[in-house]
Design a protein. Structure first.
Length: 533
C-alpha cells in the first residue's frame, strides 16, 4: 500500500497596494480582509507538517515601463496602456515594475522572507490567468491540497481555481471565504456562493486553520479596524470555540478575548478572582475604594456598621454585569435591599463632593489594563491603555476634553498608580500566582471616580471588559451595543467607539513580543499601551 503524504500549497493572489483601495468602500473592511489573508498565511507557515510538505505562492500583476507588450485594447488592462500613452510612467504606473505599490504587500512578505523553513515563490503575470510557473510549482512539489485566497475574486482567484481544477484534478481545492475580496460586494457574493463552489470547497478561516494546524494551535479570532493611530503589529486570528476544557473572557461584542484549549496558553482563572471578587478586592485596595461592603447570601450580620448612614448608597448585584444597580438614600435601605439569599451584593457609598463636568453632570473614568505573566511564572508586566473612556449618564464614552481645565495626564497617572499598587499587592500576597511553563495574560478594565480635590477613588475591576468591534458578527444584547452599532453605521471608521486596534496590539505583545516591540525597548509605549511596571 502506498502512503500518500499531504503536501499543501497556499496561493495568494493580487495582494498589491495598487489594487487595495478599490476593494471596499470602508478602510476598515480592507484592513479586515488583509488580516484574514495574514491569518491564512500564518496558519500555512505554522503547520505541523514537515517543511518540504507546504508551499507558499504569491501571484501578482507586473508590467514593464510604458506597459510595453500590453495591447491598448486588451479588455481588462488595456486602459492602463492608453492612459500611460497620454501622461507617462510618472502618473500612470499601476502594477508597473520598480514602483513600490506594485510589490506584494510587505506585511505578507515579511512574514516569510526571513524564515529559512518556509518555501515560497513570487510569480508575476500580465493578465488574470495564472502563469505557467504556477502549475509547474504545484506539479514539481507534488501538491495534494491547494488553497487560493486574495483580491480580485471574480478574476484572478476564479481563474486560478478553474485552471487548477482543469489541469490538476487530483488536487483538493479550497478557498477561504473571509480572505477573498473584489471591487463589488454583489459580485464577490455571487462568485463565492455560486461559481467557486463548483470547483473548490469554500471554507471559513476557522475551518482552514483547523485543517492546516489542528485545534492545538489555539489561534485566536479577531478582525481589524482602522480607528486608531496605533502602530501596525503582527497579529493572528483568534478561533472561537466552546469546550469544557476552554476558558474565555467575553466582551460586549460577544467576541472571546482569550481562549484556552491546550496547555500552551493558560488563563489564571482560578486565582484572578482576588481582583475580580469584590470581597477580596477590599482587602487589597481598602484605602482606594469608597466605603464598600459585600453581602453574600442575604446575610449582613458579618459586615461592619457603615461609618455614615447618609447617602447616597449604591446596591449592585455582582452577577448582572452592571445592569442591576439601585440607588438608596441611606445605608439601612441599602442593606435591606440586599436580601436575596441567592445573590451577592456590593454596597458602596457615593464619593463625597464628586468632581463634575462643565455641564454639571457626574462622570467616571474607565481604564483598560493588560497584565502579562512570563512563562517562568515569576515576571509580571502591567500596561494601561492611554486612551481611557470618560463616561457620564445619558451619553457614554466621551472625550476627556469634557473635563475642561483638568490635567488629563495627571488623572491617568493617578489611576495607573492605584492599579499598579493593587496588582503588586496581589502578587506579593501570593493571591495572584504565575504558572511556570504557561503563557498567561488578562485584559481587564478599572473604573474610577474623582472628588473635587481630584483624588482618584477605585470603584471596581471588571474582568469581563466592555469592548465593541463592528466587524464581528454579534448579537446586539444591550442598549449600549445598539448605540455603538448605530454610530458605526452612520459614521463608519469615524465612529467614536471601535476597540479592536487595542485588542490587536494585545495579541501582538503577548504572542509576538519581539515583532511588536521592534526597535523599541520593552518599557516603551506600544500602540496605546503604556508600560506601568
Amino acid at each position: 500500500m502506498t502512503n500518500t503524504r499531504i503536501k499543501r500549497a497556499l496561493i495568494i493572489c493580487d495582494m498589491q497596494p495598487d489594487g487595495m483601495p478599490s476593494l471596499f468602500t470602508s478602510a476598515s473592511r480592507r484592513e479586515a480582509f488583509l488580516d484574514a489573508v495574514q491569518c491564512t498565511l500564518l496558519a500555512a507557515t505554522s503547520s505541523p507538517l514537515p517543511v518540504n510538505n507546504s508551499l507558499i505562492l504569491f501571484t501578482g500583476l507586473r508590467f514593464p515601463s510604458r506597459y510595453e507588450g500590453l495591447h491598448p485594447e486588451q479588455a481588462l488592462y488595456g486602459s492602463l496602456r492608453r492612459l500611460n500613452e497620454k501622461v507617462g510612467d510618472g502618473t500612470a504606473h499601476w502594477y508597473m515594475e520598480n514602483y513600490p505599490a506594485s510589490e506584494i504587500d510587505a506585511s505578507l512578505t515579511e512574514m516569510v522572507k526571513e524564515r529559512d523553513d518556509v518555501n515560497y515563490q513570487v510569480l508575476w503575470r500580465q493578465g488574470h490567468l495564472p502563469p505557467q510557473e504556477l502549475m509547474e510549482q504545484l506539479k514539481s512539489n507534488e501538491i495534494t491540497d491547494a488553497t487560493v485566497v486574495g483580491a480580485k475574486a471574480s478574476q484572478t482567484v476564479q481563474a486560478t481555481v478553474q485552471y487548477i481544477a482543469e489541469h490538476c484534478p487530483s488536487i483538493d481545492l479550497s478557498v477561504v471565504e473571509e480572505a477573498l475580496a473584489d471591487d463589488k460586494q454583489d459580485r464577490l457574493d455571487a462568485v463565492t456562493q455560486h461559481l467557486l463552489p463548483l470547483y473548490a470547497r469554500v471554507a471559513t478561516i476557522e475551518e482552514y486553520v483547523d485543517a492546516t494546524c489542528g485545534r492545538e494551535r489555539d489561534l485566536l479570532r479577531c478582525t481589524h479596524h482602522n480607528n486608531s493611530s496605533s502602530d501596525r503589529m503582527y497579529s493572528i486570528m483568534w478561533i472561537v470555540s466552546e469546550g469544557a476544557d476552554g476558558t474565555s473572557i467575553q466582551g460586549k461584542s460577544g467576541m472571546k478575548m482569550c481562549f484556552v484549549k491546550s496547555s500552551t496558553f493558560v488563563h489564571w482563572e482560578r486565582v484572578r478572582d482576588c481582583l475580580d471578587d469584590k470581597g477580596k478586592l477590599i482587602k487589597l485596595a481598602e484605602e482606594y475604594l469608597p466605603e464598600t461592603y459585600v453581602i453574600k447570601g442575604g446575610s449582613s450580620e458579618s459586615i461592619d456598621t457603615p461609618s455614615s448612614l447618609s447617602g447616597p448608597w449604591f446596591v449592585k448585584e455582582t452577577n448582572k454585569g452592571g445592569r442591576a444597580i439601585t440607588v438608596c438614600k441611606d445605608a439601612s435601605d441599602a442593606v435591606a435591599l440586599a436580601s436575596n439569599e441567592n445573590e451577592t451584593y456590593v454596597i458602596q457609598r457615593h464619593v463625597d463632593h464628586p468632581n463634575l463636568l462643565r455641564d454639571g453632570r457626574k462622570w467616571h473614568l474607565k481604564v483598560y489594563n493588560l497584565l502579562i505573566c512570563d512563562e517562568e511564572g515569576t515576571g509580571w508586566t502591567l500596561r494601561c491603555h492611554n486612551e481611557p473612556f470618560l463616561t457620564k449618564r445619558v451619553k457614554p464614552d466621551l472625550s476627556l476634553e469634557e473635563l475642561g481645565s483638568t490635567d488629563n495626564k495627571e488623572l491617568f497617572q493617578k489611576c495607573t498608580a492605584i492599579i499598579s499598587s493593587v496588582v503588586q499587592r496581589a502578587i506579593e500576597s501570593n493571591e495572584l500566582q504565575g504558572r511556570p511553563g504557561k503563557k498567561q495574560f488578562e485584559v481587564f478594565s478599572s473604573d474610577f471616580v474623582f472628588d473635587t480635590d481630584v483624588r482618584a477613588h477605585l470603584i471596581e475591576f471588571n474582568f469581563s471588559p466592555v469592548l465593541f468591534d463592528p466587524l464581528v458578527k454579534q448579537e446586539l444584547t444591550t442598549k449600549g451595543l445598539k448605540a455603538c452599532m448605530r454610530d458605526y453605521e452612520l459614521n463608519g471608521d469615524a465612529a467614536a467607539i471601535n476597540d479592536h486596534a487595542m485588542i490587536k496590539d494585545v495579541v501582538s505583545m503577548v504572542f509576538y513580543p519581539k515583532q511588536a516591540c521592534g526597535e523599541k525597548e520593552p518599557s516603551d509605549t506600544i500602540g496605546g499601551w503604556e508600560y506601568v511596571k
